[in-house]
Design a protein around this ligand. Structure first.
Ligand code: NAD
Ligand code: FE2
Length: 379
């Protein structure tokens, strides 16, 4: 028996933020970051709460790749304030931190109270990047900054109740971040489509996401005010999230997590650099070649050469080039001696990463090292 669930209610398209007007919460906590304050996005939300006279408290200390320390601080905030709703406004980092806060808050309460007395605040995720799909997944990634390790958490408790995708909220994302987060979507969709846990529901969402990214990422990169493309990218991000929440990911993410933890590079950018090399590696497998062929035809891409791996590789590489994404970690600027010094430790991390377990092709330490080297040297 298999299981598939789509949980959050999703409000999307222009003015989706108006959905906030329909709630009558007594007290709200807002988890966010300084970027949301600076770009005026937090004000769009608080204006709405002010208008309704809803009491709110802001926790805006969340940093990129949220640390265990910031989650601890946020946990104290929510324990003290006891809100009936938690709204996460921000990119994947903010949403993941809010998820971890909810996770520890509920599990903390469960130590002292029976389940009937443990109330979970209504959890609303408002993503301000189109990338992680975190608004529809039960995963969160937090970082132990002392050990440079990313810690994955998985629990249905962390699944938001509501996701609000308003394209106006992603208008201010700088082009470089639009490119990186958009390639994160592409990576989620491709990895979910071929993962060992792929299934008809996940494939359907993943395929549509790939089609939308090929169509909308470049326009949304070159014109930040193209709200139609921005909205398509939000939908693609959400669909790819639904797909990988059910099917899991693969070693692009395992390697990107290790690169991200060691070199503090944006998650989407690390994925974008690694993805073509993993397509080549997995695409040597005959079953994966058939899956790539289905993915291409489902996305309206003709596979003229008959070599689905080469076709997908070339399409992804030319999209990356059009977004000015570096072709390798070396071109990105990581010195070779730093890479070689960290390589064994990163290999350990990638081999032990949960995403490695669902990669469609079994990975040895040697093959992981080969792909990692390709992503570093760009060959
Ligand atoms: N939970 C999941 O399923 C999942 C999946 C993939 C990635 N992740 C995690 O998500 C994190 C990455 O998230 P991200 O790529 O969304 O970036 P992010 O949340 O780290 O944000 C990056 C920067 O962009 C700024 N920003 C965000 N929205 C903006 C906007 N509209 N305008 C201007 N600036 C804006 C932020 O303030 C921040 O400085 C990583 O920690 C990664 O591990 C989680
Ligand atoms: Fe990702």
């Amino acid at each position: 028996m298999r299981f598939f669930q789509v949980k959050p209610a999703i409000y999307y398209g222009e003015d989706a933020l108006n959905q906030i007007d329909n709630y009558n919460f007594k007290k709200v906590c807002i988890a966010t970051d300084q970027g949301m304050v600076q770009f005026g996005l937090l004000k769009l939300l608080t204006d709405k709460l002010d208008k309704k006279g809803i009491e709110y408290h802001i926790f805006s200390d969340i940093e990129s790749d949220p640390s265990t320390e910031v989650v601890e601080k946020g946990l104290m905030h929510i324990i003290m304030k006891k809100p009936d709703a938690l709204i996460a406004l921000g990119g994947g980092s903010v949403i993941d931190a809010a998820k971890a806060i909810i996770y520890y808050n509920i599990n903390f309460k469960r130590i002292f109270f029976e389940d009937q007395y443990v109330h979970k605040p209504t959890f609303i995720a408002i993503p301000t990047t189109a990338g992680t799909g975190s608004e529809v997944t039960e995963y969160a990634v937090i970082t132990d900054k002392k050990k440079n390790v990313k810690i994955p958490l998985t629990d249905i408790l962390m699944m938001p109740d509501v996701a609000i995708l308003d394209p106006k909220l992603i208008e201010s994302v700088p082009p470089g971040a639009t490119a990186a987060t958009g390639m994160d979507v592409m990576t989620h969709a491709i990895e979910a489509f071929i993962s060992t846990e792929n299934n008809p529901f996940a494939r359907c969402y993943a395929n549509k996401a790939v089609e939308l990214v090929f169509r909308s990422l470049h326009p949304s990169y070159v014109n930040g005010s193209d709200l139609e493309s921005k909205s398509s990218m939000q939908i693609a991000s959400c669909m790819a999230g639904i797909a990988f929440n059910s099917a899991g990911l693969g070693i692009t993410h395992s390697i990107a997590h290790a690169f991200g933890a060691n070199f503090h590079m944006p998650h989407g950018l690390a994925n974008a650099i690694v993805l073509p090399y993993v397509i080549n590696f997995n695409g040597q497998d005959e079953k994966v070649q058939h899956q790539f062929a289905r993915l291409l035809s489902g996305s309206g891409i003709s596979n003229i050469s008959g070599n689905s791996t080469a076709t997908l590789f070339n399409k992804v590489v030319s999209l990356s080039e059009s977004l000015n994404i570096p072709a390798s970690l070396k071109v990105f600027g990581i010195p070779e001696e730093d890479y070689l010094k960290a390589r064994e430790e990163m290999l350990d991390k990638a081999m032990n990463d949960i995403c490695t377990t669902t990669n469609p092709v079994a990975v040895t330490r040697d093959s992981m090292k080969m792909v990692m080297d390709q992503a570093y040297y760009g060959v």
